[in-house]
Write a new protein. Structure first.
Length: 399
């Protein structure tokens, strides 16, 4: 070969094709997320193993307990037959299936159609996969605010939440939390249209998407006021346009379902009437106060102590100056969970998506300055959560 001959360079040198670039970014993202995902998966594995052992000892089918009772059955019925079923209780109370939002049943039906899974298996699979995506998003938020170790601990703490057993059930909590966490992460990255689109999906999952809408709206309003006071800057107009698009998108999913119920039932307030039939109207906390007042004194004092601890966590979040969207979202989830008239036993589950409340405990664990101690505390919490979950799932009442 002549010395002066130049070998052709690969076309992709220094500039990989778009597909290769996407793969590289995806691989890097998964590598960064791996510790948080592993920590979360380990905590939930403890919960599932303890539950499986308890169910076997009691002679019960663990799979059925995770996907064949309570709200899971309603979602699967919608996935199979669409809306239109109403249960009549012995006291004559009507419970229409329109109280349940459509995204989870749609995913169950799609997954069952594309795989050998039954609707029950598809519901559990969606919940488990969504749990991993939720842990990924929670870890990403924690890492952005306080570093990667904080993200890992935050994801593990969410997996050890007292009612984290619901994360393994065919319920909507993991799906909603995944969408909410990534929407908040998108806002923190100033990607407002992505945040709005994720909020649309969250609004098709649970009514608590109102907390996400509030987070985006309040953050956008405060940001616009601050930018107006600081004067014009290059590129500000385009950024404001994206922000407004995201905010306008955020409530569309929830509003679309409210309109769907209104059209189907023939009344503009039909959605709220359906929720009232289930006992889920907003009463400002009167039902909670009445529930506490009806308890024996030791139980009432214990519940007040738990509510006080919840309030203290909110105070710590404010003192830590969490970013506005994260702070508003966490507080709004708590408020929505406490001011309704629904079944009291479900309120801890309803508050589970409020993962920002776990940021102060996560930072406290990091201050132990010892990985062994941190792992030890998380192990104890995981075992406690697993024991409580097994006891609850083997009991008669819904979570």
């Amino acid at each position: 070969m002549p010395d002066n001959q130049t070998l052709p360079r690969p076309a992709a040198a220094g500039a990989p094709p778009r597909a290769a670039g996407v793969r590289l970014r995806a691989r890097a993202a998964l590598t960064a997320a791996a510790p948080a995902l592993a920590a979360y998966a380990a905590v939930r594995a403890v919960g599932l193993l303890v539950f499986q052992g308890a169910a076997s000892a009691a002679g019960k089918d663990a799979w059925h307990l995770l996907g064949g009772r309570w709200d899971s059955v309603w979602y699967q019925r919608i996935a199979e037959n669409g809306y239109g079923y109403t249960a009549t209780l012995p006291d004559g109370t009507l419970h229409p299936d329109l109280a349940f939002f459509p995204l989870l049943p749609a995913l169950e039906r799609s997954l069952a159609a594309a795989t050998p899974l039954t609707l029950q298996g598809a519901g559990i699979a969606v919940a488990w996969l969504a749990g991993l995506f939720a842990a990924w998003g929670i870890g990403a938020v924690g890492a952005r605010l306080h570093g990667r170790r904080a993200g890992v601990v935050l994801a593990a703490l969410w997996g050890a939440y007292p009612t984290a057993f619901v994360q393994s059930m065919a319920y909507t909590e993991t799906l909603f939390t995944a969408l909410a966490a990534w929407a908040l992460y998108a806002v923190l990255r100033d990607r407002w249209i992505v945040a709005g689109a994720l909020s649309v999906l969250a609004g098709l999952t649970r009514p608590s998407a109102a907390a996400l809408v509030a987070a985006l709206t309040v953050t956008a309003a405060v940001t616009l006021v601050r930018e107006y006071r600081s004067g014009p800057r290059p590129g500000l107009l385009r950024r404001r346009a994206r922000m407004l698009i995201g905010v306008c998108l955020a409530p569309v999913g929830w509003l679309a379902y409210v309109v769907f119920v209104a059209v189907r039932q023939g009344g503009p307030f039909a959605y709220f009437e359906v929720q009232a039939e289930w006992g889920n109207s907003i009463d400002g906390g009167r039902a909670l106060a009445a529930f506490i007042a009806g308890l024996p004194l030791p139980a009432a004092l214990g519940l007040c102590a738990v509510l006080g601890l919840l309030g203290w966590l909110v105070v710590l979040c404010v003192r830590q100056r969490q970013p506005l969207p994260v702070l508003v979202y966490g507080i709004a989830i708590v408020v929505i969970s406490l001011i309704g008239s629904g079944y009291f036993g479900s309120r801890p589950r309803l508050m589970m998506p409020a993962f920002p409340l776990l940021i102060p405990p996560a930072l406290a664990l990091l201050r132990l300055r010892s990985t062994a101690r941190t792992v030890g505390v998380l192990t104890v919490l995981a075992l406690a959560s697993a024991g409580y979950g097994a006891w609850t799932l083997l009991g008669p009442g819904p979570p």
